[in-house]
Write a protein that binds this ligand. Sequence first.
Ligand SMILES: [Zn+2]
Length: 106
Amino acid sequence: MSNVYKDQRGYLRYKSTNRLVHREVMRNHLGRRLTAKEVVHHKDEDKLHNHISNLRLFKSQFWHNLHHKFKWNVTDPVVDFVFRLLKVTFIATSAVAVFYLLLKFS
Ligand SMILES: [Zn+2]
């Protein structure tokens, strides 16, 4: 007797709680609850392979979709860093532009 069953979408769920196994494995690994936005992805695309080494957490469906589309294998800290860099660059460029306009029209 197994304590899990396969749901209509092919994911394993615990019979007792009806919760998705892969999300519970990630939850136990992180030691916190997952937010509704967070997506747990199966690296080898096998929905039945729920070992933590085969799972990856994405912040949202957006990043998950991006990964599937482009097989973009950068880690979240790298993505965070690039976006922070872009933001800083944008703010700095805007500041210079404003400063230039102030000088020009004063
Ligand atoms: Zn996926």
